[in-house]
Design a protein around this ligand. Structure first.
Ligand code: ADP
Ligand code: MG
Length: 610
């Protein structure tokens, strides 16, 4: 049997590893380097360049060169390189083909099978596109693995720990992925994932370039694309130099610019404040979603080239309040993990068999009538995002009206409070006898398996009616076209008049927090928002005090979400969080809280069961 190769197909750089002599070994490319830039260039004669040379051509031949196409895997985005057009998966295939040649040269034999890692948030479209890319490149691809699982696997293999709860902080060229991974016995389980797919090392490059051009008083609008490419490249070099020392020279020499200046780490902290701020968000989110505090994390695993920046490490140490953050090998961890995975698949005796589990990256639920009676459907979640797969959950619902004869179950994917803002996956209709009233239970079960297949079952005990529907994974993702369609749809929406702005702001703020939270706190926010909406619809004179109440409430939730406070019920239930100021305010808060609870009792009759 020929060797299996593990591949980290990165946005910026790709690399491969193989299990050899009892350990994972990196495969060098033709230049003797491990990292191959994920850049493809095609010249006028149709010659294809992959890797470092193509990266150089990015600045020189921007119209013939493509990079960061991984971001669009699974979409139909077209890249025009010279006379030819390519899909993202076709460009990835060219990178994979190059890695295959390098592996065969290194091993001196043909190889056919590859294990490729993908970000945990990759939907099925992107995963299938990755598989297709492998196939086009001539690989046999039986297994796709999640990048954080690969990183955890590599770490566990090196450290030989039995049990660990790791935070994998993967900061690459264009994306930031933060994951919590649990290792116990022979299982590696992803507990929660979060990230910012628009934040990476490139943002530092852009900010450094911008700062440089501003300080040098260069009119950017007069620069040609080649010059901009050069400035970006110099900015990246300057950033790398700043990894080695406190200050660095940035020099740009090209027909349009000839200048040099000194930039310090301190400068970077100042003009990149926004980047650091955005780095903190997914960390907080993942801790809240995973219900984990800083103390419970046993290892912080740094992955990705941008983690080499001392500023990034210092910022992390500050946010996570720990000084034991070590960098093992941020550039290579994922590939090394893929190599371990290859060893496992080869059934190698020197490597312990590990089971890698998966999670559901988005929430799934059904639309139910909202209690503000606005006619809109609200999300009722069946399966929350970050649930471990496979999973099966049952909830009980009741008809909306007496003497209703048809129940329509609309199934959605997404994190927005209102169903219309999420992606509809399907509909299930069940006829019911009219004599049955709102008291009649309807049992709904969602079963979501490891292959991304969702099964929806409905049972009505009173009539012994049973209905079932299977939604196959290919529908469980939003295509670029759908996103575009949503965008056009949103463009048509009129902006709300200024007098409603505060109400709108409260709804938007609350909806964002709703999206960020899970479990009971999320439900509480949802109810308060609906209650608020109900008050807005009534439009009575007391609306002002409810607005004030909501502002304070959301402020407290924001504070909790953005600090690592473990969410305990007493922190937010029944207003114990409220900072009283005057007798009057205390009284007012109690009144609103009572009104809310009464409204809640009338409108919610929970009978959820697992
Ligand atoms: P990806 O996972 O997106 O393929 P990588 O993990 O290879 O990306 O990280 C690439 C990013 O890391 C680039 O933005 C690059 O500039 C940055 N990087 C690499 N080495 C260094 C370094 N020594 N100092 C600072 N940034 C670095
Ligand atoms: Mg990476």
């Amino acid at each position: 049997m020929s060797k299996i190769i593990g591949i980290d197909l990165g946005t910026t750089n790709s690399l491969a590893a193989v299990w050899q002599d009892g350990k994972s070994v990196l495969i060098p490319n033709a230049l003797g380097e491990y990292l191959t830039p994920s850049v493809v260039s095609v010249d006028a004669r149709g010659t294809v360049y992959v890797g470092k040379s193509a990266k150089e051509r990015l600045a020189t031949h921007p119209n013939e060169t493509a990079s960061v196409f991984k971001r669009f895997m699974g979409t139909s985005k077209k890249y025009q390189l010279g006379k030819q057009t390519f899909l993202p998966e076709e460009l990835s295939a060219l990178v994979l083909k190059k890695l295959k040649e390098d592996a065969e040269r290194f091993l001196g034999e043909e190889v056919e099978e590859a294990i490729i890692s993908v970000p945990a948030y990759f939907n099925d479209m992107a995963r299938n596109a990755t598989k297709r890319a492998g196939l086009i490149a001539g690989w046999k691809v039986e297994r796709i693995i999640n990048e954080p699982s690969a990183a955890a696997l590599a770490c566990q293999n090196v450290k030989q720990v039995e049990e660990a709860t790791m935070m994998v902080f993967d900061f690459g060229g264009g994306t930031l992925d933060v994951s919590l991974v649990d290792c116990f016995d022979n299982v590696i389980e992803i507990l929660a994932i979060s990230g910012d797919n628009r934040l990476g090392g490139q943002d530092f490059d852009d900010m450094i370039a911008e700062y440089f051009l501003k300080e040098q008083k260069v009119d950017v609008s007069k620069l040609d694309p080649e010059t901009i490419g050069v400035v970006r490249m110099c900015a990246e070099q300057c950033k790398r130099a700043l990894t080695e020392s406190q200050t660095a020279q940035m020099t740009v020499k090209c027909p349009q610019i000839n200048a040099t200046m000194e930039i310090s780490r301190k400068d970077v902290v100042n003009f990149c404040a926004r980047i650091f701020e955005r780095m903190g968000k997914p960390i907080r989110q993942v801790m809240a979603d995973g219900h984990i505090s800083v103390e419970e994390i046993s290892d912080v695993v740094l992955v990705g080239g941008s983690c080499k920046m001392p500023l990034v490490q210092q910022y992390l140490a500050h946010v996570l309040k720990r000084n034991d953050i070590e960098t093992i090998d941020p550039d290579h961890v994922i590939a090394l993990g893929c190599g371990v995975c290859a060893g496992i698949k080869e059934r190698n005796e020197q490597v312990k068999d590990m089971l890698l589990t998966d999670i559901c990256p988005f929430s799934l639920g059904i639309g139910v009538h909202d209690n503000a009676n606005s006619g809109e459907l609200r999300m009722s979640y069946m399966i929350e995002r970050n649930s471990a797969l496979p999973i099966s959950k049952q909830h009980t619902f009741f008809p909306h009206e007496d003497y209703q004869t048809l129940v329509t179950l609309s199934i959605y994917q997404g994190e927005s409070l209102y169903a219309a803002d999420n992606l509809e996956l399907g509909k299930l209709e069940i006829e019911i006898p009219p004599r049955l009233s709102v008291q009649m239970p309807i049992c709904v079960r969602f079963t979501y398996d490891i292959n991304g297949i969702l099964e929806v079952e409905v049972d009505i005990p009173a009539t012994k009616e049973h209905k079932q529907m299977v939604i196959v994974n290919k529908d469980l993702s939003m295509t670029e076209e759908q996103i575009q369609a949503k965008l056009r749809e949103f463009e048509k929406i009129k902006i709300s008049p200024a007098k409603d702005e505060k109400n709108q702001y409260i709804m938007d703020w609350g909806s964002r927090l709703y999206m960020q939270c899970t479990g009971e706190l999320q439900q509480e926010i949802g109810r308060k928002l609906e209650y608020f909406r109900y008050e807005v619809r009534r439009d009575n004179r007391s609306l002002k005090r409810v607005q004030k109440y909501m502002m304070v409430y959301l402020g407290v939730v924001e504070g909790m979400v953005n600090q690592f406070i473990k969410l305990s019920e007493n922190d937010w239930k029944d207003g114990s969080w409220y900072q009283e100021e005057t007798e009057e305010e205390t009284q007012e808060k109690r009144e609103i809280e009572d009104e809310f609870r009464t409204w809640e009792k009338e409108n919610y009759d929970d009978s959820d069961t697992d």
